[in-house]
Design a protein around this ligand. Structure first.
Ligand code: B12
Length: 211
């Protein structure tokens, strides 16, 4: 379908206004919402994700396309419930206590949102209790923590410990990331997953939900 091609192209170029306009047009023409989502928006974002992994596009392009993806998803969102489209999973994400870096966290958050996860973003400098409270309130499948400072990495460990102490650890999957974080560190603190970039984070989140 020509309109789906145009949506993909506009998303790839990061043209939010065009993506929103074409998504609305496709809806008005009666196209199936899931088709617009999967074959228009998501497929283009997947291409960006792959290119990002291969260093063929860089952070600014990813952010701009992710923003355009948002614009399209925002047009479709009110229709999701009607059409029974459920989010793949619910993720609560934040940059841990003591850490104010949020560029990477925001990219991960946007890529997850773009891949149909429901996101609760707790922001930066998130205290341990805030993560725990959020899991307590229910409806969370994955806790995602970001840290860019070697000095804030310990807060990830504290959060996992606190979830354990509150008897909530096994209710969720935990995924961690950020420049100083490694698979070894993730294993050592008892996280379920680690991803080095946003595209891999989406793959990891999908994989964890299957377990
Ligand atoms: C931008 C930046 C800042 C900005 C942050 C702005 C913002 N809104 O985020 C500002 C200027 C505020 C800042 C402040 C500081 N910074 Co700074 N900062 C950086 C810088 C240059 C880039 C970070 C970045 O955004 N990278 C781009 C993003 C896209 O990459 P990313 O965050 O790694 O995210 C990717 C992956 O890691 C992964 N990912 C990220 N989060 C998550 C989460 C999950 C769940 C998963 C799965 C994956 C994942 O996916 C992302 C996308 O691919 C880095 C240098 C660097 N090379 O990393 C230093 C750096 C992180 N900062 C550093 C320092 C020291 C500081 C300060 C202490 C400086 C100071 N003396 O005040 C303060 C700390 C403030 C605080 N309490 O947090 C050091 C940290 C050193 C260390 N070993 O701890 C670095 C490494 C610079 C350096 N070489 O010294 N900083």
């Amino acid at each position: 379908m020509e309109i789906l091609n145009s949506i993909r192209e506009a998303l790839f170029k990061g043209n939010s206004a065009t993506v929103a306009k074409l998504t609305q047009q496709a809806l008005d023409e009666g196209m199936d919402i899931k088709r617009i989502l999967d074959e228009g928006l998501v497929s283009s974002m997947e291409v960006i994700g792959k290119k990002f992994k291969n260093n063929e596009v860089f952070i600014p392009e990813v952010l701009i396309s992710a923003k355009a993806m948002h614009a399209g998803v925002a047009v479709l969102e009110p229709h999701f419930v009607k059409h029974g489209i459920k989010p793949l999973g619910r993720v609560v994400i934040g940059t841990v206590k003591g850490d104010l870096h949020d560029i990477g966290k925001n990219i991960v958050s946007m890529m997850l949102k773009g891949s149909c996860f429901a996101i609760q973003d707790l922001g930066i400098d998130v205290p341990v209790e805030k993560f725990v409270d959020s899991v307590k309130s229910g409806n969370v499948d994955i806790v995602a923590m970001s840290s860019l400072l070697t000095t804030s990495m310990g807060a990830m460990k504290e959060t996992i410990k606190s979830l354990k102490d509150s008897g909530l650890r096994d209710k969720v999957k935990i995924i961690v990331g950020g420049a100083p974080v490694t698979q070894e560190f993730a294993d050592s603190i008892g996280a379920d997953g680690y991803a080095k970039d946003a595209a891999t984070a989406v793959d990891k989140a999908k994989e964890l939900l299957k377990k």
